[in-house]
Design a binder for this molecule. Structure first.
Ligand SMILES: Nc1ncnc2c1ncn2[C@@H]1O[C@H](COP(=O)(O)OP(=O)(O)OP(=O)(O)O)[C@@H](O)[C@H]1O
Ligand SMILES: [Mg+2]
Length: 280
């Protein structure tokens, strides 16, 4: 982290300082240096985000939180390579971000092919990822099992629930076998119970896969539950006001134990206060 993005909200005793080392070219690393994004021209010109300096280590589960319109989705699009920054540099795994290659992306709405079956959507993602036809059936089964959808393999997308559709989107992003997964409020439109179940699943999958995750949310609960590191942005143009490493152990705790732990409660409150403070 550079000096411009130093923590300005004092961390509580439950947190430790976030990583300060520089991410290198290892798969799954992210490096943002002096990144800003500007949209529009003349009177319509808007600085959406930045400047932001951020180094993410391979395997981190980074959660980005902040008020609506502060530039979270913009940052994700820059990391995905969907757009280029107006200022500064973005590196993913030590090189340029290439859409569809350097990261898998899960959007707020699943964006699936509704006329295809569940398995057909996964199969297509595997095909795009260059997986040979002979291997695709086995990989598809493995992915559907991982997200708990093996029973609905043959169903059309419109025949499954919203929560199940979001699971398909996660399986599809995992199909790419990229070392980086970007998730933009993927559970925001779901009911509380489904959301909690998917959070549990995503945590398990991410621990198992060792991928780097960047997850956008408005929820302090979600951030404290999922993140190994939580970054809070100011209101637009978003800049980093808080960058904390989670004190919560990644492995060995069940979802229930984690949610019942005092560390979780302290972290959740701290993130909640920081989001409120940053939005003012
Ligand atoms: N393509 C665009 N053209 C013009 N302005 C844009 C564009 N994309 C985003 N913006 C503006 O940039 C700012 C940041 O938008 P962004 O979507 O990144 O915010 P966000 O933090 O993801 O918000 P939310 O939490 O509501 O999803 C907003 O003010 C938005 O209106
Ligand atoms: Mg957004």
């Amino acid at each position: 982290m550079s000096s411009s993005s130093k923590t300005t909200v004092a961390p509580s005793t439950a947190t430790t300082p976030a990583h300060t080392s520089s991410a290198d070219g290892r798969p799954g690393s992210i490096s943002l240096r002096g990144v800003s994004q500007i949209y529009g021209k003349g009177a319509d010109r808007v600085t959406a985000v930045g400047p932001v300096d951020l180094e993410v280590e391979p395997g981190e589960f980074l959660v980005l939180v902040g008020a609506s319109g502060c530039g979270k989705s913009t940052l994700l699009r820059l990391i995905a390579g969907f757009e280029q920054p107006a200022e500064g540099g973005v590196e993913v795994s030590g090189g340029a971000a290439v859409p569809g290659h350097t990261s898998g992306v899960v959007f707020q709405q699943p964006r699936l092919f509704p006329w295809r079956t569940v398995g057909g959507n996964i199969d297509l993602a595997l095909k795009y990822a260059g997986v040979a036809k002979s291997e695709r059936l086995a990989r598809r089964k493995e992915l559907l099992e991982r997200v708990g959808l093996i029973d609905v393999d043959k169903r059309r997308i419109w025949e499954i629930s919203g929560g199940q559709q979001q699971r398909v989107a996660i399986a599809r992003a995992l199909a790419a076998r990229t070392s980086l997964l970007l998730l933009d409020e993927p559970f925001a439109a779901l009911d509380a119970l489904t959301r909690e179940r998917l959070q549990d699943d995503l945590r398990t999958v991410s621990v198992e896969s060792g991928r780097t995750n960047v997850f956008v949310t408005h929820s302090a609960e979600e951030a404290a539950f999922l993140g190994t590191r939580i970054v809070v942005l100011t209101k637009r143009p978003g800049r980093i006001v808080l960058d904390i490493a989670s004190p919560i152990l990644r492995t060995g705790l069940s979802a229930g134990e984690l949610r019942d732990s005092p560390e979780y409660t302290v972290l959740r409150t701290q993130v909640h206060e920081a989001i409120k403070g940053a939005a003012e």
